[in-house]
Write a protein that binds this ligand. Structure first.
Ligand SMILES: [Zn+2]
Length: 195
């Protein structure tokens, strides 16, 4: 349409979640209406984030610091670790301000169909964290899917010998729904009513 640069830019946007060809074209047009004030800052921000942001080596969160801002926050309760599937879930819980402890990001759920086994997730890192001591409770905040339930069961089994208290967020988490799409009130209720 307007040369290879424009085409590839539109294709990159079109592959992002929630966007398609039509939205991608609108975004690119909007950016090009004022390249200096819209496009150049976006390009700089993307380059800066790509260079600086890494997974936290302790919890798996994304941050430009390692250990991340949450892991190094001395105000947080280090004895409670909330296990989530992805960084989006961690962000959702942080937005809802319902958890004052630390997190552990698994990086997915066990899934026989997708071929995801324990070694593909950050399970051994979680076991190591608990084995180090200082953790009194592990909250399993996994989605209410079959895979989420399987994963929660597996982790509870693996943690059982450590004697750590294991709780799960209460339902109110819709079947098949990830934490990220829940409103803050629902999240707060689910976490407070853990058992
Ligand atoms: Zn961290």
């Amino acid at each position: 349409m307007g040369g290879p640069e424009l085409d590839s830019l539109i294709q990159i946007f079109a592959r992002l979640p929630g966007l398609g060809q039509r939205s991608a074209r609108r975004i690119v047009l909007r950016l090009l209406q004022s390249p200096e004030s819209r496009m150049v800052p976006l390009a700089r921000a993307l380059a800066a984030a790509a260079a600086a942001v890494r997974h936290c080596s302790e919890c798996g969160n994304l941050d430009s610091h390692d250990p991340c801002t949450i892991c190094t926050d001395i105000e947080r309760d280090r004895s409670v670790v909330c296990v989530v599937e992805g960084v989006g879930d961690l962000w959702a819980l942080e937005r809802a301000r319902v958890h004052g402890g630390l997190y552990h990001v698994l990086g997915g759920t066990l899934s026989p169909i997708a071929g995801t086994g324990p070694d593909d997730l950050n399970v051994s890192q979680l076991l190591a964290r608990v084995a180090e001591g200082g953790v009194a409770e592990v909250i399993l905040a996994l989605s209410a899917t079959v895979d989420g339930a399987t994963t929660a069961h597996y982790i509870a089994d693996r943690l059982a010998p450590s004697g750590v208290r294991i709780t799960r967020v209460a339902q109110g988490v819709p079947i098949g729904g990830a934490l990220d799409v829940l409103d803050d009130g629902t999240l707060a209720t689910a976490l407070r009513a853990r058992r």
